[in-house]
Design a protein around this ligand. Structure first.
Ligand SMILES: [Zn+2]
Length: 120
């Protein structure tokens, strides 16, 4: 006979790892999307973005991990993508990721032409 407790705990573990997988997948997709938005808006050439990145790069690698991620120190491109991904996936998004994303929104709004009204 199957032990209920054991089964439910393995199912629970399976559900948890599945949820973890979905969360990781979402964060990866958003990271890549961040690259695309940055490319579209030329965000890596933006003065404000470059300022944020140089302040970030003046931190130690431990501090970088604390404020955003170690990987964000690879390049300004990864910095932007990591910021966007955190903003999209972390309900308690940290201030730097929020600043990066706010700047991306500004650049996107400046970049895209006004939307035309759709006829009913
Ligand atoms: Zn990347």
């Amino acid at each position: 006979m199957i032990k209920d407790v054991k089964v439910s705990s393995s199912i629970q573990k399976l559900i948890l790892s599945f949820q973890h997988l979905i969360a990781m997948f979402g964060a990866t997709v958003d990271h890549e999307l961040g690259h695309q938005i940055a490319k579209l808006t030329n965000a890596h050439n933006d003065y404000e973005m470059q300022e944020m990145y140089s302040r970030f790069m003046s931190l130690s690698s431990t501090q970088r991990g604390e404020v955003l991620s170690g990987y964000a120190g690879e390049s300004i491109h990864e910095f932007i993508a990591e910021g966007w991904s955190e903003y999209r996936n972390n309900p308690n998004c940290r201030p730097l990721a929020k600043s990066i994303s706010n700047r991306l929104f500004d650049l996107y709004n400046q970049h895209t032409p006004r939307l035309v009204k759709v006829r009913r």
